[in-house]
Design a protein around this ligand. Structure first.
Ligand code: HH2
Length: 277
């Protein structure tokens, strides 16, 4: 029986990502961490060479390609789908050549619209994410009349665009973009009404992992947000998210396994154990 959720392990090959910047910049360390995430239960590895944290500075095509391609090559035999987190066509093309089969574009094909044709031509999967503004300025006073309906309308339009450009609908995942041009209250409203995004009919991916809104709620620093990440991921899954993009794969997988078991068949895990152990 296949799991009703997929865990997307985050592998940032960057010096400046908000929670793991600099830890996996070196090729061998990155590949080793990728293999660790797979051993922990990641179904997909999302390899990124440019931070999108608020205020992040852009990275050149050459540098981004230099960061992600060798790591994807090293992970090509791993027991997980490989995804590249990029908005640049040239980087995505090199990543697909190196073994990736999914493009996670946080600009939803707006930064370089030709990304849609590349994804279509290669028959790759893709994730289209909502972002208001661009990383350098997106947290400067974001405003919405109704964040959920605006995010939903945006994703619907991007889905239509991608399909018109030839991407097969069943290859498209949608993501409300937690933390991308949103206040804490906007993020929470999206979490509360995630079923409305899931109603678009495509698998919803969500990335809450260690993000600032969890720090604002718990008062904890980035490295101490694992429990908060598990809680938010489980609730997102219960409200319709199918793909959870996280750093702490083992913890989130445990949380989802327990949540799935409480929902019961057909989602229950069936490993028999003693009720007292
Ligand atoms: N969040 C980040 C990056 N890429 N992609 C999708 N689809 N959804 C997300 O929520 C998302 C994303 C930011 O997190 P992280 O990769 O940990 O940090 P950084 O951008 O600083 O590398």
């Amino acid at each position: 029986m296949s799991a009703p959720f997929r865990i997307v392990g985050i592998l940032n090959v960057t010096p400046d990502s908000f929670s793991d910047g600099g830890r996996f910049l070196e090729r061998d360390a990155a590949a080793a961490h990728g293999r660790e995430l797979v051993a922990d239960g990641a179904d997909i590895l999302d390899v990124g060479g440019e931070s999108t944290r608020p205020g992040a500075e852009p990275v050149s095509v050459e540098e981004e390609r230099r960061r992600v391609v060798p790591v994807l090559e090293d992970l090509a035999g791993a027991d997980a789908q490989l995804s590249v987190d990029t908005s640049k066509v040239a980087v995505a093309r090199a990543a697909l050549d190196a073994g990736a089969s999914c493009v996670n574009d946080v600009t939803a094909f707006r930064s370089e619209p030709a990304m849609a044709a590349l994804v279509a031509e290669r028959g790759a999967d893709c994730c289209l994410m909502h972002m208001r503004g661009e990383p350098r300025t997106m947290q400067d006073d974001p405003r919405y009349d109704d964040v959920v309906s605006e995010v939903k309308a945006f994703l619907e339009e991007r889905l239509t665009f991608a399909v018109r450009e030839g991407v097969a609908e069943e290859r498209i995942h949608l993501d409300p973009g937690i933390g991308f041009g949103k206040t804490v209250e906007h993020n929470l409203e999206l979490m509360r009404r995630l079923d409305e995004i899931a109603a678009l009919g495509r698998p919803v991916m969500i990335g809450v992992s260690r993000k600032a809104f969890l720090g604002r709620i718990t008062g904890r620093s980035v490295e101490d947000r694992v429990a908060a990440t598990v809680a938010a991921s489980v609730l997102a899954w219960e409200r319709g998210a199918a793909m959870l993009r996280v750093h702490d794969v083992a913890a989130v997988r445990d949380g989802l396994a327990v949540a799935g078991a409480t929902v019961g068949p057909p989602w229950a895990r069936t490993t028999p154990t003693s009720s007292t152990s």
